[in-house]
Design a protein around this ligand. Structure first.
Ligand code: NAD
Length: 506
């Protein structure tokens, strides 16, 4: 829906002076504006605690747009038009007076418009403020119109299942579920959305998408960054909560879900919840069989010395928080019975890479008995970031007089087709403006995802139940993570181009 069809909207960013707002939200709004996706009439009210003049704040936004925006070439006229939409408001969430001022401001916008504008509230603040903001919005009647008023909530959504249920219950007192947009920015990434297009927009893959043909699935989200200056926050969270419960679990849903009957929010989210309900819960006594956790020690990442996790500022030197997790899940339904889903995520790893790899079963080796050792199972790789592509590996005849086989690859490269794809936050903000919640998490989805990891959380919190392994910063993780797969004759796949080259040269 391009701008002309959109209703006038007042966008309110709580935490408008924070890190997320400067790096992601304002650049995303600006890019949507440049490309004609914002409503013709909108106001961007940015709330923060410190005093700024409008000119100072707009200059600060411009500086960050120049640093972080996808689109860096834009005319001064465009910026001048955009900056008129930005209004900084000094605001203290803890003070009721601030909400009264906000109400006056929103009413003023409506009066000038001559109609009630839609309202989009973005809570880019610490989770501890969600309840206060929600209650004060209710008390002041700021978000009463179910069809027009929406609230975007950032991760983390809860700390465990219990706290997520409590948060959902609290929010339900003020908002209808359709007004709440729980964001997981991974769902806005192009190649994550592409999983559905690839699976359900083609005839040739879906018939193979089951335990008859698929041997195992690997989902990896590896980061080269450590905890940087967020040690205090991270130490209370860890890789299981920060990554597995949300990003990796959502990718799992996209890979494993049944076909939705239509591309529609309720239907798609129902199918995702079905997957989460089918994920086998790991019994506390089996935790070590299914999971590996680890912390990085000092090492070198991309040529730079990195200190160990326990030496990071803000981190408890005796911390029991994991920076790396590898685990195995099963989805106990007809389609996936017996297929292991391996997941891993870590900080301070050797390379930044997020991918899904579907490994198919070995071809029956009746025809090529003599080349059985060189036969490689087909592999489908979906690279999410920084590469964005889909690769299918298959066997071909090696050119020459003999009948020998070698692996080859078909590649669909997103950057080649469209070098300038939108950022995840652009996609998600646009959907929220349009009232499309397909790519946001419903309450039951969040609760079910917490439920999947609940036993692991409990066991790990006991501390002595499973070992905390270590891995040097800049490595590919602890050896124990390799052992997890080796037991079933599997191994972690590395970058498929490198693997392919070494296989070709073998
Ligand atoms: P931040 O600490 O940089 O910013 C927090 C904002 O809250 C600041 O603008 C601050 O002024 C404001 N604030 C604090 N107390 C306030 C009060 N009493 N009244 C009014 N405003 C107040 O945090 P951030 O990194 O921008 O993160 C914001 C939210 O987004 C958090 O929930 C975080 O978990 C989530 N998130 C952030 C990132 C990221 O990349 N930064 C990524 C994913 C999720």
């Amino acid at each position: 829906m391009k701008n002309n069809d959109k209703k006038p909207t007042s966008i309110v960013v709580f935490g408008g002076t924070g890190d997320l707002a400067k790096r992601k939200l304002f650049p995303a709004f600006f890019n949507l504006f440049l490309e004609g996706w914002m409503p013709d009439d909108f106001e961007l009210l940015s709330l923060g605690r410190t005093e700024h003049t409008q000119e100072e704040f707009r200059a600060y936004i411009l500086e960050n747009i120049k640093a972080f925006s996808r689109i860096k070439n834009f005319s001064e006229d465009k910026w001048n038009a955009f900056k008129e939409k930005i209004k900084f408001i000094r605001f203290d969430i803890t003070q009721e007076e601030s909400f009264i001022q906000l109400k006056n401001q929103l009413d003023y916008i409506d009066t000038n418009l001559g109609s009630r504008a839609n309202r989009l509230f973005y809570l880019s603040v610490a989770p501890s403020f969600i309840e206060k903001v929600s209650n004060s919005l209710k008390k002041n009647g700021l978000a009463e119109n179910v069809d027009q008023d929406r609230m975007i909530i950032e991760k983390p959504f809860g700390y465990d299942k219990e706290s997520a249920v409590a948060l959902n219950t609290m929010l339900a007192q003020t908002f209808k579920e359709e007004q709440i947009y729980r964001i997981d920015h991974y769902l806005g990434k192009e190649n994550v959305q592409n999983i559905l297009a690839f699976r359900f927009g083609n005839t040739i893959f879906e018939p193979l998408w089951n335990n008859k043909y698929i041997d195992s699935v690997q989902i990896t989200v590896a980061e080269t960054v450590g905890v940087e200056d967020r040690g205090g926050y991270y130490d209370g969270s860890g890789a299981l909560r920060d990554m597995i419960q949300n990003h990796l679990m959502q990718i799992l849903c996209m890979v494993a879900m049944e076909a939705p009957t239509e591309f529609e929010s309720t239907e798609i989210r129902n199918r995702k919840v079905d997957v989460l309900k089918s994920v086998r819960r790991i019994n506390p006594e089996d935790i070590n069989h299914y999971t590996v956790r680890a912390q990085y020690t000092q090492g070198e990442v991309e040529g730079q010395h990195k200190r160990g996790y326990l030496q990071e500022p803000g981190v408890n030197p005796n911390s029991n928080t994991e920076t790396y997790v590898a685990m195995k899940f099963y989805v106990d339904n007809e389609r996936w019975n017996g297929v292991p889903f391996y997941m891993r995520t870590g900080k301070s790893m050797s390379e930044k890479a997020s991918s899904v790899i579907i490994s198919f079963k070995e071809a029956p080796c009746t025809t090529f008995k003599s080349t059985v050792n060189t036969l490689k199972p087909n592999k489908l790789t979906i690279d999410i970031q920084p590469e964005m592509d889909i690769k299918l590996s298959f066997m071909t005849k090696k050119p020459g007089l003999e009948m020998q086989l070698k692996p080859a690859e078909m590649v669909f490269d997103y950057f080649e087709c469209s070098p300038d794809t939108p950022e995840a936050y652009e996609t998600l903000l646009l959907d929220a403006l349009d009232g499309d919640s397909t790519l946001f998490m419903r309450s039951d989805q969040v609760e079910e995802a917490w439920d999947v990891i609940s036993n692991i959380q409990t066991a790990w919190e006991k501390g002595n139940v499973s070992k905390m392994y270590t891995y040097p910063a800049g490595s590919s993780g602890p050896e124990a993570a390799d052992e997890l797969l080796k037991r079933q004759g599997h191994y972690w796949f590395t970058n498929s181009q490198e693997t392919l080259k070494s296989e070709e040269n073998a």
